[in-house]
Design a protein around this ligand. Structure first.
Ligand code: CAA
Length: 260
């Protein structure tokens, strides 16, 4: 399901690429892009065959340089609230996709772009990536979850540093802060993504989904309830074919074959 500004391609292995394709505006998130993201993410959510998702920005300059400033300029408070709620709802759907989702950041990843990357499960950045939440320089605060997901990812002090100064950080500093998980050269990016995709495909898809569910659902629960949730999802794994196949394959010294 692709639109003019968002491409959603799923290969025959179930690896999806969700690409924001508005490079002339550094992939800024205008209402067309938000509509395209909404449609693409709904499509991915409805497909059981999806084993993993890479979110990317088209062109060689930006992942996403933020929400569209030209469109936001026209908003009154009610319009701004509706715009923020729309962005938040779309990013929540992305975060809730059952398969793992990686943000592939090459170039500018600012404002709403950084918030989009934070709604992905983790970030692979090239050494040309630049991260930041520059909203206070525009007289606003982050509106697509930055004040909430950034401190949860890197801690409140580091998030306050980035959000109140609006400063940009390079990929290596983003990695030190825990914002980017992998930093690679632009030349080795595709090889890194291929390695991640192969790992997703090698492992049991139901177990991967259950692990993701345990992590996100457990994060909102007190630890005792979260641990019981893990036990119940662990037990659920013994009801299907994956555990039988995985353990038999280990004991028979062969590779497991999981139904995709
Ligand atoms: N919105 C709309 N258009 C944008 C944009 C944005 N966020 N970012 C870049 N563009 C457009 C520019 O206007 C320019 O368009 P024209 O060619 O038509 O003039 C084109 O993309 C290329 O950008 P630049 O010429 O500015 O490129 P540069 O290399 O000189 O600078 C940049 C790159 C530092 C990223 C600069 O474009 C920039 O500062 N962009 C804005 C970043 C920003 O403030 N983002 C936060 C937005 S607020 C937000 O996201 C709120 C929220 O939380 C939801």
């Amino acid at each position: 399901m692709s639109t003019e500004t968002v491409r959603c391609d799923i290969d025959e292995r179930g690896i999806a690429h969700l690409t924001i394709d508005r490079p002339k505006a550094l992939n800024a998130l205008n209402s067309d892009v938000l509509d395209g993201l909404d449609a693409g993410i709904r499509d991915l959510a409805a497909r059981d065959e999806v084993r993993g998702v890479f979110v990317r920005g088209a062109g060689d300059k930006a992942f996403v340089a933020g929400a569209d400033i030209g469109q936001m300029r026209e908003l009154d408070p009610a319009g701004a609230e509706a715009f923020a709620r729309r962005g938040l709802a779309i990013l929540e759907q992305l975060e809730r996709l059952p398969a793992p989702v990686v943000a592939v950041v090459d170039g500018y990843c600012l404002g709403g772009g950084c918030e989009l990357a934070l709604a992905c499960d983790w970030i692979v950045a090239t050494d040309q990536a630049v991260f930041g939440q520059p909203e206070v320089g525009l007289g606003i605060i982050p509106g697509f979850g930055g004040t909430q997901r950034l401190p949860r990812r890197i801690g409140p002090a580091a998030a306050l540093d980035l959000i109140t100064t609006g400063r940009q950080v390079d990929a290596h500093e983003a990695q030190r802060l825990g914002l980017a998980q992998h930093v690679v050269t632009a030349d080795s990016l595709e090889q890194t993504l291929s390695g991640i995709a192969k790992a997703w495909l090698r492992n049991a898809p139901g177990a991967i989904r259950a692990a993701k569910e345990a992590i996100y659902t457990g994060a909102d629960l007190p630890q005792d309830r979260a641990l019981r949730l893990e036990a119940s999802l662990f037990a659920g794994g013994f009801a299907g074919d994956e555990q039988a196949e995985g353990m038999a394959a280990f004991l028979e010294k062969r590779k497991p074959g999981y139904a995709g």
